[in-house]
Design a protein. Structure first.
Length: 292
């Protein structure tokens, strides 16, 4: 009887997922991959398996990855101290070289994992094909070096790769006006790419469960949040710290035409599948219109 109930549960799960699979067939999905999910090998493979499944059932996923902790490690090994201003890495000439090297290493390892799942993947930097053109970014007027703000996304390369059945895996390095490399915050890069390709979904994998009315009360997790509410949360100080730029990116993406933006806990196994294909979901989804 127990075996039979387990089989029926699997069948129920598949049936529950069916309308979502039908709805998002052919949809373009941008997954910003970072946080602890990149440090734990088991979690890493689960994320890649999730993305592979999204591809196999007809979606068009793109991965944009970070690598901040790994960059800091290598900067330290070179005898330099990692420096940040308002959460942005101060990036001199030596640091941008380290960042590009580390991100390229991370990029190719993710491509290899995707290929291992039988999915065609291609690793790119935002410099390739001039995909991410940037301007110099300042932090409260301070010069923080080779840090870029995306001003233009050349989406043709990505569209062509997806049309040819590839999953693009993108490192957040951009191209300046003088063709120099610039480090880009991975959340900003993912947001710009999602807007550039008119994605149906943008997903931020983080180390938090989502947005809370009260961060100290796990029962106050918000499953869906409309734009007016998201803006009020920022204005009224309900959210703070690193959640402010993340929520700001969510708002900008939805206002620019991205269908839904999801903030998910990347430490939760198969978080993408649980959010996309179950009625309740597990994180916070930012949507345009008020819910009621």
């Amino acid at each position: 009887m127990q075996v039979e109930s387990e089989v029926m549960l699997k069948a129920h799960t598949l049936i529950e997922a069916l309308p979502y699979i039908r709805r998002f067939n052919g949809a373009k999905i941008v997954v910003k991959y970072g946080g602890s999910a990149m440090l734990d090998e088991d979690l890493k493979y689960n994320v890649i398996k999730d993305v592979a499944l999204l591809k196999l059932i007809g979606m068009k996923p793109i991965i944009v990855h970070g690598g901040g902790k790994e960059i800091s490690k290598w900067v330290t090994l070179l005898g330099k101290e990692p420096k940040f201003v308002n959460g942005l890495r101060v990036t001199d000439e030596d640091t941008i070289e380290v960042a590009e090297m580390v991100l390229n290493k991370v990029n190719k390892s993710l491509v290899a994992m995707m290929e291992k799942q039988g999915i065609k993947a291609v690793g790119l930097s935002g410099r390739d094909g001039g995909m991410l053109r940037v301007e110099k970014k300042y932090s409260d007027g301070k010069d923080i070096g080779f840090v870029g703000q995306v001003k233009e996304v050349q989406a043709d390369l990505l569209e062509n790769l997806m049309e040819d059945d590839y999953v693009p895996v993108i490192a957040p390095i951009g191209l300046g006006d003088e063709f120099e490399a610039y480090n880009i915050n991975a959340d900003d890069a993912a947001c710009a790419i999602a807007k550039g390709i008119h994605a149906e979904k943008l997903v931020f994998l983080t180390d938090i469960e989502g947005v809370y009315v009260d961060p100290n009360d796990k029962e106050t997790l918000i499953s869906e949040m409309d734009l007016p509410t998201a803006k009020k949360f920022i204005e009224n100080g309900v959210v703070g710290g690193g959640m402010i730029p993340k929520l700001t990116n969510c708002i900008e993406a939805v206002e620019s035409g991205v269908g839904r933006v999801h903030i998910l806990d990347g430490r939760q196994k198969h978080c993408l599948l649980l959010e996309f294909f179950t009625e309740k979901g597990i994180g916070t989804a930012i949507v345009k219109e008020p819910l009621f």
